[in-house]
Design a protein around this ligand. Sequence first.
Ligand SMILES: Cc1cc2nc3c(=O)[nH]c(=O)nc-3n(C[C@H](O)[C@H](O)[C@H](O)COP(=O)(O)OP(=O)(O)OC[C@H]3O[C@@H](n4cnc5c(N)ncnc54)[C@H](O)[C@@H]3O)c2cc1C
Length: 413
Amino acid sequence: MNLIQCLINQNHETTAMKSAIIIGGGIAGCSSAYTLAQRGFAVTLLERQATLAAEASGNPLAVLYPRLTGQNTSLEQLNLHGYLHSLKLIESLGVKRCHYLACGVAQLLNNQKAQARLPALVSAYQNTALFKRMDAVQLSQLADLTLQHEAIYFPQAGGINLQALCHVLTTHANIQVLQHHTALRIERSQQWQVISANGMKHAADIIVIANANDATLLPQSQHIPLAAVRGQLSYLKATPESAHLKTIVCADGYITPAIDQVHYLGASFSQQDSDATLRTADHESNLQLLEDISPGLNQALQNKVISGRVAWRSQTPDYLPAAGQLLDAQALMTGKFYYNDDPAKLPWLTGLYVNIGHGSKGFLSAPLCAQVIADHAFDLPSPAPNTLLNALQPNRFILRKLGLKQLAQHLIP
Ligand SMILES: Cc1cc2nc3c(=O)[nH]c(=O)nc-3n(C[C@H](O)[C@H](O)[C@H](O)COP(=O)(O)OP(=O)(O)OC[C@H]3O[C@@H](n4cnc5c(N)ncnc54)[C@H](O)[C@@H]3O)c2cc1C
């Protein structure tokens, strides 16, 4: 038995009866519920809709691959660690059980900008089996369709139906899912309490707020800046030619192999846009993304749009999620704090966490963030580097606003 296993077992003994409430049943909430349930917490998940993963996580095939640059940034660390973590999670749950489409992902090098990134990328990962560089001929053979650009190919990458994954995650015996439960308020008495719109009160030792953009409606997480970014997917009826496609191909957009004769093509981005209806103009802009991937495929699929889906991403200004324990923003704003304060002495809302702001890559980032939170709740060291943990800290925005940028960088010492 290794040291970590010993620590986990020890903690299981002392905290076997701990409880957690998760607000939100998308991929962030379901992976938080699962990770805490695995650690012995009794978990209650509150979801306002009739089913899990009914909002952003209702995407029929979410793509998992890391957008790497080879640069030493927090975003790169998130992409790398998140990707590997999600792959491990799927493997541990069972690839077949999760309906993971392990078809690989080809990231096309179809313009000068993408080509310019290549030397740094190759040099940073040269001794790894993360990806293979392929010329257009090799890629066309692999994809079983003529493609005109070279690519970076991630063999383990693929796509998943997040709704199916959310259901697998929440079948854990320690998780109770309560649908049609809208969390309205969070209060603190002896334990944390959530008051639902139906008047019910739920109490637990810890709470994870995982309700995406609606986290800004709760006073405790209101200080986290989130933008709702509308996205539209197009569903295309496969043709005999397009049905050959064997791998997911990405440039600025992405197209999936046909699943039950349907390709998924994504996706549009629009800010400050609350229109829930499917728009022809957005299908056209998605087809333009397909033109950049493959003019041949675009031509074959021109009149094949049969449907689509609209949802809203939840985006922070620095494109990193917000994951970790919250500070009391009111106390921060009214008290006196300095850049060199001891993080342990700050006004922590002990046991109140967020797992939000996953932007365009929730399948990659949410499970890792769930792990980061569970490790913190269990006083275990995180496998993610401290620079990444600090970059993900949900309090970074308010601390920066208060002129405490340096403190924000060292909250996790
Ligand atoms: C068009 C499009 C394409 C995308 N493609 C990909 C992709 O290929 N790969 C990828 O990784 N990501 C992709 N994403 C992003 C991905 O879908 C999101 O990052 C992810 O689903 C976010 O998960 P979440 O759990 O944070 O949010 P959500 O899935 O939105 O979950 C939040 C949940 O909280 C619930 N809720 C809200 N308020 C309350 C409340 N008060 N009480 C109770 N419940 C509440 C909601 O009903 C919802 O179920 C895409 C997004 C879009 C829009």
